[in-house]
Design a binder for this molecule. Structure first.
Ligand SMILES: O=C(O)C1=C[C@@H](OP(=O)(O)O)[C@@H](O)[C@H](O)C1
Ligand SMILES: C=C(OP(=O)(O)O)C(=O)O
Length: 426
């Protein structure tokens, strides 16, 4: 664990252009599809961070060749026959622990999965149920039968068909089963049976990425999806900037009355981070897209808001920081599943807002945050990259904020502290 990081306060008005690295969710989907493609794939603008490196490591264990081209920074994927017999470290990456087991299920033999201590607490039931429905055995190495660690007993030539799972704990259960479905003899229909379903844009992203690689993939109902069997194309792909990782920088403009611009902002995207435009506008900041540049300018006072964040739960820590600095109350709804993220984010956000003198409460499916005068303190981050960026946002507006283990941001951003200081320099 690194030393506590003194969150910087701006010495002058922020006016910065921030180049944000590639999307975690897109990078890890294209990496996985590259490993089962019928030809090599070149990924431009890929994210290099702990989560994408864990995905690269996992795919290598399963037989893919992945090279980093130093001159361009591109990743070059050469698919190989699926290989069993290895151990996969999922770290704390939801995309690795959920997306890779269904691929291992198609490798002939045993593949073991484990991760960080907190990874053993994150929900996995939907993936394990899906594998069972496909006829794939999973042996549990610990006591829990719905979590890591486990061993997948894969085999060639799985039939596929139709599986019913409860994905209310994570949309990644659905994406996981769909992503490797082109290799199933009959393809796959996935039907969600639970009461609610978070992060719908991430499921749409899965369908869009499959379609972009030449696979027939579509929604068959409000909560059911189908992927046809068929070859996955390789070729070149360019990854969009990570819009969720852009949000702390945009929030920096909003809370300080400054200006931040993000180049290469896509005009059409399946990334839920794009919702930040509307959220910031509702809170009183000026946010608009000029060509391919998103510009956010802050105002003197932020307004709270009542918001259903179920589409974009990833944004909750950023929005909670904004809400804690707003002058009217906020309610964030539809995010009960955040209790299964890198940490229990609802509890962590309430604890850390309260630590700094704020006023926040958990509700059954979210948070209520009331205006309060904040003071300094050491924000705990619980191995959660977005708790660290939450602390950094508050530190822009409040004296004496420190962030414990800022290095945890490396989960999805290779040099968050450097980028943050560069933003303050303008
Ligand atoms: O498919 C993806 O890439 C993701 C889906 C979402 O997961 P949940 O539905 O578990 O929230 C999101 O929060 C996560 O950061 C990335
Ligand atoms: C929930 C997140 O990550 P993961 O992919 O590990 O689920 C996140 O990045 O906010």
């Amino acid at each position: 664990m690194s030393e506590a990081w003194p969150a910087p306060r701006p010495s002058r008005r922020i006016d910065a252009v921030v180049d944000v690295p590639g999307s975690k969710s897109l990078t890890n989907r294209y990496l996985l599809l590259g490993a089962i493609a019928q030809e090599p794939t070149r990924i431009r603008g890929a994210l290099r961070s702990r989560d994408s490196d864990l995905m690269i490591g996992a795919l290598r264990v399963l037989g893919a060749r992945i090279d980093h081209e130093a001159t361009t920074g591109d990743l070059l994927l050469t698919p190989g026959p699926l290989r069993a017999g290895g151990r996969i470290d999922c770290g704390l990456a939801g995309t690795v622990m959920r997306f890779v087991p269904p691929l291992a299920a198609q490798a002939p033999g045993e593949v073991a999965f484990d991760g960080d201590p907190r990874a053993r607490e994150r929900p996995m039931a939907g993936v394990i149920e899906g594998l069972a429905a496909l006829g794939v055995g999973v042996d549990h190495e610990g006591e829990a039968t719905d979590r890591l660690p486990f061993v997948v007993h894969g085999r060639d030539g799985l039939a596929g068909g139709r599986v019913e799972i409860d994905a209310s704990a994570s949309s990644q259960f659905v994406s996981a089963l769909l992503l490797t479905a082109p290799r199933l003899r009959e393809g796959l229909e996935v039907v969600h049976t639970g009461a609610s379903l978070p992060s719908m844009p991430h499921i749409e992203m899965t369908l869009a990425v499959l379609a972009e690689r030449g696979v027939a993939a579509e929604a068959t109902g409000a909560t059911s999806w189908r992927v046809d069997p068929g070859p996955v194309a390789g070729g070149e792909v360019v990854i969009e900037p990570d819009l969720s990782n852009a949000t702390p920088f945009l929030a920096a403009a909003a809370v300080t009355g400054g200006r931040v611009r993000i180049p290469r902002w896509p005009s059409h995207t399946t990334q839920p981070g794009a919702d930040i435009l509307e959220i910031l506008t509702r809170m009183g900041a000026h946010a608009h897209l000029q060509g391919e540049v998103l510009e956010v300018r802050g105002t003197t006072a932020l307004q709270g808001l009542d918001l259903d964040l179920s589409r974009a739960g990833e944004l909750a820590p950023t929005v909670a920081a904004l809400a804690a600095l707003a002058r009217t109350p906020s309610r964030l709804r539809g995010i009960a599943h955040l209790r299964g993220h890198e940490t229990d984010r609802l509890r962590a956000l309430v604890t850390e807002i309260t630590r700094l003198g704020g006023n926040a409460r958990e509700t059954p499916d979210g948070l209520e945050i009331d205006p309060a005068e904040l003071h300094g303190g050491r924000v705990q981050t619980y191995a959660d990259h977005r708790m660290a960026t939450f602390g950094a946002i508050l530190g822009l507006a409040v004296d004496g904020v420190e962030v414990a283990d800022i290095a945890t941001t490396a989960k999805t951003l290779p040099d968050f502290p450097g980028m943050w200081h560069a933003m303050l320099r303008g």
